[in-house]
Design a protein around this ligand. Structure first.
Ligand SMILES: Cc1ncc(COP(=O)(O)O)c(C=O)c1O
Length: 354
């Protein structure tokens, strides 16, 4: 399939102040979009002006939530190159999500090619300051104008993007996490491993209540026993316990994070023992109290590494690493961002240049 480029002369003014980009509010000039129709397959692949598009109020995505998405970034490296980090892994995970939601698979190579073309066209939108990037949001939705519970027969796949600021504009500040006792995010056999809107919709009320209690984010427990920790809002969870890197195993209930995998790879390379296993909330509280847990942090594309200073569990609050950023969390952050911005050698082969 050919990708058609529809040039527009109605280009937006790019933000001048790169210290104040925020996150998710500015969108670039162009988007990629392609369509699927049952019996015809994928068709009409276009790079065209980023703007509102027509969609039926009856579309499947609005009623039955048939939607999957991804999040990744393009970076301006110190030598001026433009880089993508493990982009193929995002499309692979997206197809995995699509399969769970009974959506037709798309050609990952083709989506990757479309992304490269879009980033090339939009390269002037990539901000320059360290820590800033062009956030990329692939999205895939059911489009049928039909009310009824079944998989759609028409779909749209699109990629939109926009510049985002440094996540830690004011330095890496440890967060306070509420270990969630009442609500759960996903259960065995559910769609916790898929990156789909419903998982996030289910999480919102817990986030609101966590904020009311002075916490920044929620750490989910397993739905069956409420005994094992799973992941944070948009991050995987990691602990340094007795010098080992410990992280909840991929049990189908959590998102297989690309940052999670990258941090585990870097840790192994540093000679640190990595354990992917069940981590009970009792272990988290006990080891934080005893000091056996020297660090806790979340991992994800947006923040890269986000240190945890405190956990709140019911009436109890425990402090980790004296409420400060841990040494290893800082090292993982420096190595990952160093690779992404081309400051250190990419010995794992994660970077591709546009
Ligand atoms: C629920 C959830 N878990 C984990 C992650 C981290 O995944 P990644 O490292 O691929 O960004 C994300 C972010 O995409 C997320 O939304």
């Amino acid at each position: 399939m050919e990708i058609k480029f529809w040039e527009t002369d109605e280009l937006k003014k790019k933000p001048e102040d790169e210290s104040n980009l925020g996150f998710g509010t500015i969108f670039s000039d162009y988007m990629f979009i392609m369509h699927y129709t049952e019996g015809q397959g994928w068709h009409d692949a276009d790079i065209k002006k980023y703007e509102d598009f027509r969609i039926s109020p009856a579309a499947t995505v609005f009623h039955y939530g048939q939607e999957v998405f991804e999040g990744l970034k393009a970076y301006r490296q110190v030598n001026g190159n433009i880089s993508l980090f493990r982009a193929k892994d995002n499309f692979k995970r997206m197809n995995n999500s699509a399969k769970r939601l009974a959506m037709p698979l798309f050609d990952e190579e083709f989506a990757h090619k479309a992304l490269r073309e879009l980033v090339k066209i939009e390269q002037d939108w990539i901000p320059h300051a360290k820590g800033t990037s062009l956030y990329i949001r692939p999205n895939y939705i059911g489009m049928d104008p039909f009310i009824g519970v079944r998989a759609a027969t028409e779909y749209a796949f699109y990629i939109m993007m926009g510049p985002v600021g440094a996540y830690y504009a004011n330095g890496l500040k440890p967060v306070k996490i509420l270990i969630e006792k009442e609500y759960t995010r996903s259960a065995k056999g559910g769609m916790g491993f898929a990156k789909t809107g419903g998982n996030y919709a289910a999480s919102l009320i817990a986030g609101v209540e966590a904020h009311e209690q002075g916490c920044d984010q929620v750490l989910w427990l397993d739905a069956e026993e409420r005994k094992y920790v799973e992941e944070v809002g948009s991050m995987n969870m990691m602990f340094i316990i007795d010098g080992k890197l410990v992280t909840p195993e991929l049990d189908g209930c959590i998102l297989p994070g690309i940052t999670r995998d990258s941090v585990m790879t870097i840790a192994r390379d540093m000679g640190i023992t990595v354990e992917e296993r069940r981590v009970s909330v009792a272990e988290v509280i006990e080891t934080a109290k005893s000091g056996a847990m020297s660090e806790a942090f979340g991992t994800g594309t947006a923040a890269v590494v986000s240190p945890v200073g405190e956990f709140m569990y019911g009436d109890e609050t425990v402090t980790v690493a004296g409420g400060k950023m841990g040494k290893l969390a800082m090292e993982f952050y420096d190595i990952l961002t160093g690779i992404q911005y081309g400051e250190i050698e990419d010995k794992f082969g994660w970077i591709e240049t546009i």
